[in-house]
Design a protein around this ligand. Structure first.
Ligand code: C2E
Ligand code: MG
Ligand code: MG
Ligand code: MG
Length: 285
């Protein structure tokens, strides 16, 4: 009601309040200012191979470093960015920054040679006819080889992809860029589209990982997704791994890679050594 809203007046960037037109206008204006002043920054979260313990990738996650409000999380502005179309220039900046950062880290020894960078693509970006060209340009400008980059799309985007979008995605795959499905299981998962899409990995949504140890139905879902991934030759990545028990169970189920606060939170710098892995390995051997 109006009273509650009045009390929350200063929390205009709360994701739950995004529906209000006045907030959306304020967010859109912060986004435009952020683009003008180059205030979109990335934080990087490690993705770990469950067999070797190597950090095989970082997921590059955008934040807006707002001069008045501090660091804003994507959940507070991605929807407005998407609806206003501002996600397109923001996304291009993210893509370039992610590629450039990886090249820099490799050059100064802060990242292992084979480590990749993962970038999230929104619907608005993924359906553009110049998507493949934008990606090729980011790679060429930064000098990153195509296999150093992976792109994460949501099920909804992939399912609604028309012929032209599918051609763009296939072109990207032909370059050697990795393509996969984010938050798998939360959209209208359809098994037939999985088969016809040019994807190489699926990320199991963290809502299923959260219940993995305690909820039998979540465990069934995770088991099924890992089996499906294996059957289709897709890499399976579990997101939101917070507990050692979740990590051990995912590994036992044959999940390929894991990401989550247990292994490392997103941060501005390069991924360091993941010390918790030593304890995890000791626990099973
Ligand atoms: P996502 O792609 O599924 O990214 C994972 C999100 O889960 C990140 O939130 C990450 O910080 C969080 N996370 C990772 N491990 C854990 C964990 O163990 N527990 C919990 N509770 N959370 C964990 P973040 O950075 O706030 O990003 C939220 C979403 O915003 C992303 O979800 C993605 O959909 C979107 N996003 C982020 N960066 C971009 C971008 O550059 N472009 C677009 N289009 N979307 C982005
Ligand atoms: Mg993602
Ligand atoms: Mg995800
Ligand atoms: Mg997610």
């Amino acid at each position: 009601g109006a009273k509650t809203r009045g009390k929350n007046r200063c929390e205009i960037f709360d994701a739950g309040l995004q529906e209000r037109a006045v907030d959306r206008i304020a967010i859109a204006s912060a986004l435009r200012q952020g683009l003008r002043d180059d205030r979109f920054v990335l934080h990087f979260q490690p993705v770990v191979d469950m067999g070797t313990g190597d950090t095989v990738a970082v997921e590059s996650l955008v934040r807006l470093d707002d001069p008045d409000r501090g660091l804003l999380a994507p959940d507070t502005f991605i929807q407005v960015a998407e609806d206003s179309g501002l996600i397109v220039p923001i996304g291009t900046s993210v893509l370039e920054q992610a590629c450039r950062q990886l090249v820099t880290w490799r050059a100064n020894g802060a990242a292992p040679k084979g480590m990749r960078t993962a970038v999230n693509l929104s619907a608005r970006q993924a359906t553009r006819p110049d998507l493949a060209a934008t990606i090729e340009r980011a790679l060429a400008e930064t000098g990153l080889e195509p296999s150093g980059l992976t792109l994460e799309l949501t099920e909804t985007v992939l399912m609604e992809a028309d012929a032209a979008t599918l051609r763009q995605l296939e072109r990207i795959r032909e370059l050697g860029v990795g393509l996969g499905i984010d938050d798998f299981g939360t959209g209208y998962s359809s098994l037939t589209y999985l088969k016809r899409l040019p994807v190489s990995f699926v990320k199991i949504d963290r809502s299923f990982v959260a219940g993995l140890v305690t909820d039998p139905s979540d465990r069934e879902i995770v088991t099924a997704v890992i089996r499906l991934g294996q059957a289709l030759g897709l890499t399976t990545i579990a997101e939101g791994v917070e507990e050692p028990e979740q990590f051990q169970m995912l590994r036992a189920l044959g999940c390929d890679q894991a990401q989550g606060y247990l292994l490392g939170r997103p941060k501005a710098g390069p991924p360091g050594e993941i010390t918790v892995l030593r304890a995890l390995r000791a626990a099973v051997s």
